[in-house]
Design a protein around this ligand. Structure first.
Ligand code: CA
Length: 227
């Protein structure tokens, strides 16, 4: 597991590095936010420990910038005692957890393990098709890192297509499994087609790469086009 520690105080940084390495983590140190940015852009980390009090850009600004760039790693903030406002700002900026200095190393270590566990579960609930990402637990969708707002029905429809990605999904399957209506006098085909058109507009229109394909006379398929 690779951990980036952004902390300017050499004593604290050194102690963190030593303690984490003793627990088997691969630790990289950065002493400023700028150094932190550099490491994040050149290496893949599993977690970042970020001090708020840094020279130049503080930890909260650094975190905000990283999240804006689409960084999804768990980030644990280190805050000064009694700085309640910092903690609130930090969580708003996208921190996953924080720890108040001075802290016991055992607590830091436990928080890190919890964050890494949580992140692992989260990533198992996220399905990717090309640059489309569907988080089945949070029920959120992004395309090329941009959030896509879907209605509940559109999400269910997409979820079904994603779970059957690479396979043809017929209108009958959608009527049965998404709309859960099988005993209708009139088929749901028109309703389904309208929803498919809306979904396509939301996920495919902003992109050059189309993912939701109509298989003429059969149904639909979600897949990445082979170039
Ligand atoms: Ca500091």
């Amino acid at each position: 597991m690779k951990v980036l520690v952004v902390e300017d105080e050499p004593k604290v940084a050194g102690a963190l590095k030593e303690g984490l390495e003793a627990e088997g983590y691969d630790v990289t140190l950065a002493h400023t936010g700028e150094e932190g940015f550099f490491h994040v852009s050149t290496h893949a980390f599993d977690l970042i420990i970020l001090d708020i009090m840094l020279p130049g850009r503080d930890g909260i600004e650094v975190l905000r910038a990283l999240r804006q760039q689409g960084l999804k790693l768990p980030v644990l903030l280190l805050t000064a005692k009694d700085a309640v406002e910092d903690r609130v700002l930090g969580l708003d900026a996208g921190a996953d957890d924080y720890l108040v200095k001075p802290f016991a190393f055992a607590e830091l270590s436990a928080r890190i393990r919890a964050l890494l566990r949580r992140n692992k579960v989260d990533s198992e609930n996220v399905i990717k098709v090309g640059d489309l990402e569907i988080d089945l637990v949070r029920r959120s969708v992004t395309r090329d890192c941009r959030r896509v707002e879907l209605t509940a029905r559109e999400f269910e429809l997409l979820e079904y297509l994603v779970q059957n990605r690479g396979r043809v999904v017929t209108r009958e399957m959608l009527a049965r499994d998404v709309w859960k209506e099988t005993a209708r006098a009139t088929p749901l085909d028109n309703v389904i087609d309208v929803h498919i058109a809306r979904l396509r507009k939301k996920i495919d229109d902003p992109s050059d790469q189309k993912l939701l394909h109509t298989i003429r006379g059969v149904g639909f398929m979600l897949h990445e086009e082979q170039s």
